[in-house]
Ligand binder design. Structure first.
Ligand code: C2E
Ligand code: MG
Ligand code: MG
Length: 740
């Protein structure tokens, strides 16, 4: 570009010089017109000069070309003779400028002006337009006025000027910062956007080195690499942190290019940049959101996958094992449902902090979602450390959490798998750890558990179970069995416990112990529980109207049914009303676990049931946390002593002492006691003697279908023989005498 400027300048100068000499020649012609001898000489001189000129030369007289040189004719695509013979002056003038030209000629001829110099557009033979520059002056030929002039084709120069003008506009108005520096990096000029972005006025930076903007965020190597690229290939593009005049650091996307001199040396370095700090920031936010858990700030599932892959690679390289821990909080759902989500969130945050405090800085703790966490312990020099860490986590998480001035207790189940022993693929490791965690849950929670192959099979059958369970209700595969609850004093059967049975079309009878936990985990227990309630209600309505007006059926309930979205107790009560049943025709069995975790929702539901006359039995008493305070807090009607105490009952045994204590305590609190799992007469007698009110067990009957159960409902049916009844009464009064 610079080179073309130079050549145009040169042409301009030449034109002026020529104009000067043409004028002198013109004057000469006039002067020597009288001197006929010199005339031929002068004309020869003029022709010589004009014909060899690189600019157009013309003489116009009477609106026609009296003379044009070859260059002039060529500019308009004519032959010189043709142009002189047939082209009028105005023919080579663009229509809209004819007035201007006519006026110019008039002024010259009238002597108003001696010389004119103007730029305009002219028309070529084919009608196309070119830009020309004209220098003209007045002369006399043959005693008459004429104009002589030279003409330059400046079309190219005009185009260059236009493009330069546009370049300037872009430079001045661009929103991208631009800086031009010389070969050694000294700033020559900057555009307004540069000032806008950096805060530096042109006079504050021109003359300074480019590194005036350095932020100090990049090391020496960064700049070296950048300059190496600029010096070798002439350009560089990248993101660079710079510093504004006010000290603020910002990031720009910078492109540096080089303009060279004709000899190949560097003329200018041109830097163009835009401030991408905001974009960077939002990219960082997006990245953060995509990779980190919002609540706990731990890596999320996505990031966890990435890290696990990296750690596997590292461990592989170091030939050291890696452990993957899968953790699931044990009572999180209860906390969430009873104390609300805000408290649940706080618990998760605190749990996340505790987990992080148990591992090394280099290990990864991630939250997969909900109450699921994973931990990657990588490059293990000693695998025993895994167990110690897991144990430490178990202990840390059983410490109470202070949430809204309430102490909340939870625990965690941990599944552990090892790379490369258990698996080498990322998906397999995750699956293993997950299965091991489920096994830990099954073993009673608050456990750590290493992956074993057998778990794969267990997990497989669990998947079958979940799938088939979904169709079981619709497929009418459930039924209820009833087990009599016997009055140990009278031998009468006024109650029964309803126990669900699943007749699987392929696998046969499946025990509730197997499928109820799955139904609880998947939430299907809510629908199943509703079905059980309705089924039992219909049954008790039938028996009460036909055989036993005071009969009561107790149904089992799961904690899940007491959470939000579980039992709609209005519906249950409405159902009883429609069947014409009083509340006390139904008892519900709950577990201690439910009372332990009970929030207001659970308490309200229990109260509403009791207000409607429905009785409440505490099932499996003695296996859980057996806190007496809960018994006092909730109105419980029956305590069911768990079969594990009954199984080993012997005269003088600890279990007998326990049973006796439970019975005395329950009676003091106004509760009746039911003993579960009575299989022998001795157990029955010992319990009866201890004052136990009711008994349930294979000794009396296994759970049976409704039709078989009819036998227990005959009027005056007594399950105890007269003899054993008398015996029971005797031992009982003896016991009362002893304790009394
Ligand atoms: P559970 O409520 O403690 O029920 C007593 C369990 O002990 C029943 O097992 C019963 O068949 C068994 N059993 C009764 N007498 C004896 C005995 O003398 N010896 C022995 N060894 N066992 C005896 P089942 O029917 O297999 O039910 C197991 C558990 O499944 C129940 O324990 C209960 O927690 C749950 N369950 C059963 N039906 C339902 C239901 O409809 N809903 C819910 N949520 N859970 C249910
Ligand atoms: Mg029960
Ligand atoms: Mg039980």
């Amino acid at each position: 570009m610079r080179c073309s400027f130079q050549s145009f300048d040169e042409i301009g100068q030449l034109a002026y010089a020529f104009n000067d000499s043409a004028q002198r020649i013109g004057n000469l012609i006039t002067y020597i017109e009288q001197d006929r001898q010199s005339l031929r000489q002068a004309e020869a001189m003029f022709r010589e000069l004009a014909e060899n000129s690189v600019v157009g030369v013309y003489i116009v007289q009477d609106d026609a070309f009296r003379f044009v040189n070859a260059k002039m004719a060529e500019m308009f695509d004519y032959e010189p003779a043709e142009m002189m013979a047939s082209v009028g002056v105005l023919d080579i003038v663009a229509e809209d400028q004819r007035q201007l030209v006519t006026e110019g000629i008039r002024k010259r001829l009238s002597g108003e002006v001696q010389e004119v110099h103007y730029e305009r557009q002219a028309r070529k033979k084919d009608g196309s337009l070119i830009d020309i520059e004209v220098f003209g002056s007045r002369m006399r030929i043959d005693g008459r006025d004429a104009t002589i002039g030279i003409m330059l084709d400046i079309t190219k120069r005009k185009a260059a000027e236009m493009s330069e003008h546009l370049m300037t506009l872009v430079y001045q108005n661009s929103s991208e910062g631009m800086v031009i520096a010389d070969a050694v990096g000294v700033i020559v000029t900057v555009n307004p956007a540069f000032t806008e972005i950096t805060g530096y006025q042109p006079d504050e930076v021109v003359g300074n080195k480019l590194n005036i903007l350095n932020s100090g965020r990049h090391d020496q190597a960064f700049y070296q690499a950048m300059w190496r690229a600029i010096n070798t290939i002439g350009h560089w593009r990248g993101e660079i942190w710079n510093r504004r005049k006010n000290g603020e650091v910002f990031v720009e996307l910078l492109t540096i290019n080089t303009a060279y001199n004709e000899d190949g040396t560097v003329y200018r370095r041109i830097g163009v940049f835009s401030d991408i700090t905001d974009r960077k920031h939002s990219e960082a936010v997006v990245w953060e959101q995509a990779n980190f858990d919002f609540l706990t700030r731990l890596p999320n599932r996505h990031m966890f996958h990435d890290r696990l892959q990296q750690e596997i690679t590292k461990s592989h390289r170091a030939a050291l094992p890696l452990a993957l821990l899968f953790l699931d909080l044990d009572q999180f759902k209860e906390v969430n449902d009873t104390l609300g989500h805000a408290v649940g969130d706080r618990l998760l945050k605190q749990a996340a902090q505790r987990l992080s405090s148990c591992v090394r800085e280099s290990d990864t703790v991630a939250r997969l979602g909900g109450d699921e966490f994973t931990i990657i312990l990588s490059e293990l020099k000693d695998v025993n450390v895994v167990k110690r860490i897991a144990q430490n986590i178990l202990e840390k998480l059983t410490q109470p959490f202070m949430l809204e001035e309430e102490e909340v207790f939870i625990s965690v189940s941990i599944g552990i798998t090892l790379y490369p022993d258990d698996a080498t693929e990322i998906e397999d490791l995750i699956k293993n750890a997950d299965q091991a965690m489920y096994a830990a849950k099954d073993q009673g929670r608050n456990q750590l558990n290493y992956f074993a192959r057998s778990m794969q099979e267990a997990a497989q059958s669990r998947r079958w179970l979940v799938r088939d369970l979904r169709g079981a209700l619709a497929g009418d595969q459930f039924c209820l069995h009833y087990q009599p609850i016997v009055n140990l004093t009278t031998g009468s059967v006024d109650k029964a416990e309803a126990l669900i049975r699943w007749q699987h079309p392929v696998r046969g009878l499946i025990s509730p112990a197997e499928f109820i936990p799955v139904a609880e985990d998947t939430g299907m227990i809510i629908e199943i529980g509703d079905w059980v309630f309705r089924q039992a209600a219909q049954q008790v309505a039938l028996w009460r109207s036909a055989q036993h007006a005071q009969f009561q059926i107790s149904i089992n309930t799961s904690a899940v049914q007491f959470r939000r979205g579980g039992i709609v107790h209005d519906e249950w009560l409405g159902y009883l009303r429609r069947l014409g049943l009083p509340g006390h025709s139904i008892a519900i069995e709950i577990t201690e676990r439910l009372l332990m975790d009970a929030g207001t929702g659970v308490t309200d539901k229990l109260r509403a049931f009791r207000a409607a006359g429905i009785q409440v039995a505490l099932d499996d008493f003695g296996t859980g946390y057996s806190s007496m305070s809960y018994l006092k807090k909730f109105d419980i009607d029956y305590l069911k002593i768990d079969q594990s105490f009954v199984r080993n009952l012997m005269p003088g045994s600890d279990d007998l002492a326990l049973c006796e204590a439970i019975i005395v305590m329950a009676h003091k609190l106004g509760m009746k006691v039911i003993a579960e799992g009575i299989e022998t007469e001795q157990q029955r007698d010992l319990l009866a003697a201890a004052g136990c009110d009711f008994g349930q067990g294979y000794l009396f009957s296994r759970p049976v279908a409704a039709e078989q159960f009819q036998a227990f409902l005959k009027p005056d049916f007594r399950i105890l023989s007269d003899e054993s009844q008398k015996c029971a009464l005797r031992t009982r009064s003896a016991a009362v005498l002893k304790t009394g």
